[in-house]
Design a protein around this ligand. Sequence first.
Ligand code: AMP
Ligand code: ZN
Length: 141
Amino acid sequence: MSNDCVFCRILEHKIPSNIIYEDKNNLAFLDINPSAPGHTLIIPKKHKIRVEDLSIEEVRSLFSMLHLLLKPICEAMNAEATTIAINNGPESGQDIPHVHIHVIPRKINDGKGVSQVLLRASNFKTEDFNEIAAKIKEKIN
Ligand code: AMP
Ligand code: ZN
């Protein structure tokens, strides 16, 4: 845990988030500034900056959660596809130095090329986040 890491504070429930799913090693929650509705972040509970700083078991566990959540996220958001992204280290434009996988639901002709996909377009309200989190959670079993 790192005291000045936003994601560690989310893990400790010291700041609120819309949690989608949690297991022993990882947490998934909605991105506060989404590129599309249902934009989800999946993080390991260990504070590590880069994927290669995690053990292979931790990486397997993290990607298992990604695998588990892709279908529920798409179903809940009526998305046909996803863009999956990792800014792997501060020099890559990573704002929060704690490993996180972005999962961005995509629709055909949603007007985003690969360079625009991480641009934030929307101003969602708290109710929207709560509703989206509930929809995704409903699809996980
Ligand atoms: P990156 O630029 O890859 O480090 O992405 C960091 C992501 O964290 C951005 O998409 C932010 O919108 C998101 N973010 C920052 N603070 C929070 C927060 N408190 N809750 C949820 N997502 C956050
Ligand atoms: Zn952290």
